[in-house]
Design a protein around this ligand. Sequence first.
Ligand SMILES: Nc1nc2c(ncn2[C@@H]2O[C@H](COP(=O)(O)OP(=O)(O)OP(=O)(O)O)[C@@H](O)[C@H]2O)c(=O)[nH]1
Length: 311
Amino acid sequence: MSAQSDTSTILIIDDNAETIQLLAAMVRDQGKVIFATDGITGLEMARRQRPQLILLDVEMHHMDGFEVCRRIAADPDLPHSPVIFVTAHSTTESELAGLAAGAVDFITKPLIAPVVQARVRTHLRLQAALQSLQGQASRDGLTGLYNRRFFDERMAEEYARHQRQRDLMGVALIDVDHFKLYNDHYGHQMGDSCLKAVAEAIGSGTRRPAEVVARYGGEEFVVLLPNSDWAALEHYGAWICGRVAALNLPHAASLTAPHVSISVGLSAMLPDPDTSIEMLLGQADRALYLAKQQGRNCYRVAAEGAGSHGS
Ligand SMILES: Nc1nc2c(ncn2[C@@H]2O[C@H](COP(=O)(O)OP(=O)(O)OP(=O)(O)O)[C@@H](O)[C@H]2O)c(=O)[nH]1
């Protein structure tokens, strides 16, 4: 097995058990093979297991392959895994319909092992290259955290999801205290190392898959806190201040503490047509401003928050 096959998951969706067995035997050296025998179950598996490639039967009962493919393309909660159609009918019309539905390729029956393997290998390689490029484009060069562009995209997706699910979405803006003085005292290179250490402390503190930590700008970080009520914001604010303080990075020039500290502004919102991401971030920014004004090395929770406390 290659390194790529160790990390690839191939989902086969086909209502014929024999075809599944045949395909699975052909591609099992190229990744972990999972399968579903109908479209609905296949979509659910794709949502949960996020496969790198989907081999999809065109002619299935209840929901055909075209519909499965269209749903994958349209649903933001589904991974946009490339789809290869597996079909006995390779007319120009059906190929065009499949490509229009979002498929990347076709495999026609009868299945010929070297052809199936070659097509699967090509698309797994392309997918790996794409994921690597997407990974690089979404990261901040200094800290390795997600960059602001990626954060904005995820924020928009999560905002829509919270609106659909009618749940509170939280956000935390985190700013290193007296960082100009840190640079002036220790030099820019040490400043960079300090930012990396703080970023690592914040980034490695994520506890849920949808929690996104990004570098928002210079010495400012942002954390998307999904499904978070006010108590969860309070908890996160205290916890993240303590986590950075516990690094115990000396900051001899700080006017606040002998070590590097952060100020945090938190807010949450139930997204609806009258609210916006800008409003949510604006509230968190005002809470951060308060934290700075009221002594730094502390967190503040905006508006409906259950109060605010120092760390
Ligand atoms: N070393 C280093 N410094 C940076 C980087 N990005 C921004 N900075 C510095 O971060 C400093 C931020 O300064 P200010 O915005 O005045 O904030 P502060 O000194 O932290 O003061 P408060 O936020 O009020 O506590 C500036 O001096 C920037 O040059 C970076 O990538 N590396």
